[in-house]
Ligand binder design. Structure first.
Ligand SMILES: Nc1ncnc2c1ncn2[C@@H]1O[C@H](COP(=O)(O)OP(=O)(O)OP(=O)(O)O)[C@@H](O)[C@H]1O
Ligand SMILES: [Mg+2]
Length: 112
């Protein structure tokens, strides 16, 4: 199994959720986060001068999938989250040891 963590623009969340739902991946954890990438936040021009925002609001999605589904989910995320402008986000993929469905105690990919 893989843990896919995606940092996306808040305004793309609905599109991403719909796209993943359509492909058969309804489960996810959503967290409101702040972050910065290569541009180190953003500089706003204001009458009184420049104003730096060091951290921008983003959404973090955590999605656990079977290994064979990881590329599908990554492609879907990229397509639905992209605007083409800087700050579209990032996806981190890592191996996941186990999953347990609390109600049934199913383990591994049966529990995803
Ligand atoms: N190296 C990193 N480690 C952890 N989180 C990161 C890292 N880089 C980016 N992020 C997270 O991803 C969010 C979006 O990053 P962003 O899309 O700006 O990446 P980027 O590398 O600057 O690409 P771009 O040039 O397209 O803006 C950040 O707000 C932060 O939450
Ligand atoms: Mg950036």
């Amino acid at each position: 199994m893989k843990k896919i963590e995606a940092i996306i623009r808040p305004e793309r969340l609905d599109a991403v959720r719909e796209a993943l739902d359509e492909k058969g991946f309804p489960g996810m954890t959503v967290t409101e986060v702040k972050g910065r990438g290569r541009q180190k936040g953003i500089t706003l021009q204001w009458r009184a001068g420049d104003y730096r925002v060091d951290f921008l609001p983003k959404i973090k999605l955590e999605i656990i999938v079977d290994d064979k589904d990881a590329e599908t989910v990554i492609d879907t995320l990229c397509e639905a989250a992209k605007t083409g402008r800087i700050g579209d986000g990032k996806i981190f993929v890592s191996p996941l040891e186990d999953v347990i469905r609390v109600r049934t105690k199913e383990r591994g990919k049966d529990a995803v």
